[in-house]
Design a protein around this ligand. Structure first.
Ligand SMILES: *Cc1c(COP(=O)(O)O)cnc(C)c1O
Length: 376
């Protein structure tokens, strides 16, 4: 059995995720990268992203946005490689695979990098952040992940932002899996750079990432880039001075889909309404999974409405691949685990997914589990 959609199954994954038919249909248009019709779509996207990230209208001009081709990691790499000066130093707050990825990027680029490495199930240790900044005036930038998609944990970005700001350093936030799905304001977070991508909570298709930045901070980074194609200032400057032009071939179809996705975000009632739907999805799903007998990896107090990690049942009859294949055959694609010290799988609650889909999922999980002979 498949779901009632026009796709072969529903993606309960952290991106690419299930999109609406209308978002996919927007890709039937073709555009020239030089054409004013296309460039004005890009300009509109840039200003709408700033409005979503800032939301205090008096602050709009103090912020700006750039789009960067590639998956989200390319946008992260463009920020890390383009804004930290050659004598700068990065502190990465790492409690998951995406935090670890920032460290990998930074070290590969030859940037002086230190890490506050914590267990994947631990929330950021604010006391240690404070101490590391106080003890090391050489640290110029701090980077962290908002929703750590590894576990589904929501990190305390506002508290960290306050510490970073008080110590006079710059703050880079990977808000990849939360932007558009969780209300956030760069002013209250105190972040100079906020990074996300087209195929997460804005519900577009994969193909580019974006960076919303404090304008004056970004303008001061000219000449720092360690890569030509991922030069954030270069890309931003081209868009800013040439009315939305990209430096190189841009993902035109993906951009059309993203503009449609932004319209649909607005039509839904904005980020607050989308957040409420994701919260309802996640609650329906977790309540149902717990009623079956599953246990979540992290505490409810740090759990995001984006993605949830579940321990494998202890019963020997449970085999993840069998479970995955059976759910897929019934029209639901879940996600493997990514934590290092526990056997887990993940279920996403973002995308064009609704509480009724979650209710349907729970019915299938329950049947599959009993077919497998798993007892809790
Ligand atoms: C999705 C995601 C990324 C980017 O991953 P890509 O596979 O490059 O799109 C980065 N950080 C977080 C927290 C994410 O969820």
């Amino acid at each position: 059995m498949v779901n009632e959609r026009d796709t072969q199954y529903l993606l309960l994954t952290p991106g690419p995720l299930s999109t609406t038919r209308t978002v996919r249909e927007a890709m039937m248009q073709e555009h020239s990268t030089w054409d004013i019709d296309y460039n004005s779509i890009v300009e509109s996207i840039r200003s709408r992203l700033v409005r979503l990230a800032v939301r205090d209208d008096t602050n709009l001009d103090a912020h700006t946005a750039a789009l960067m081709p590639g998956s989200g990691t390319f946008a992260v790499e463009s920020v890390i490689g383009s804004v930290i000066p050659s004598d700068g130093k990065l502190l990465v707050l790492n409690n998951g695979a995406y935090g670890a990825r920032i460290t990998t990027i930074s070290r590969m680029l030859g940037i002086d990098t230190v890490e506050l490495a914590q267990a994947e199930i631990e929330s950021t240790d604010l006391g240690q952040v404070e101490q590391m900044l106080a003890n090391d005036p050489g640290i110029t930038h701090v980077a962290m992940v908002h929703c750590e998609t590894t576990t589904g944990m929501l990190n305390p970005v506002e508290a960290v932002g306050e510490i970073v700001h008080r110590h006079g350093r710059e703050f880079i936030l990977d808000a990849m899996s939360s932007f558009g799905g969780i209300p956030m304001r760069m002013e209250s977070i105190g972040a100079q750079y906020l990074i996300s991508s087209a195929n997460k909570c804005v519900q577009g298709v994969p193909g580019f990432g974006f960076v919303v930045a404090d304008r004056a901070t970004l303008e001061a980074t000219k000449g720092r880039a360690r890569s030509h194609s991922l030069d954030l200032f270069g890309q931003w400057h081209e868009m800013e001075t040439k009315g939305g032009k990209w430096r190189f071939t841009s993902p035109t179809h993906v951009v059309s889909a993203f503009a449609q996705a932004l319209d649909e975000l607005e039509a839904e009632g904005g980020v607050d309404a989308r957040h409420a739907r994701y919260v309802a999805n996640q609650k329906t799903m977790v309540d149902g999974m717990r009623a079956i007998g599953f246990r979540t990896l992290i505490g409810d107090e740090v759990q995001s409405p984006i993605i949830t990690s579940f321990y494998f049942p202890e019963a020997a009859e449970f085999e993840f691949q069998t479970f995955y294949d059976a759910l897929k055959a019934r029209g639901f694609v879940i996600y493997p685990g990514k934590v290092s010290h526990a056997q887990c799988f993940r279920i996403g609650s973002i995308g064009d997914v609704h509480p009724s889909d979650m209710t349907e999922l729970i019915g299938h999980v329950s049947e599959v589990i009993s077919e497998m002979g798993v007892r809790f």
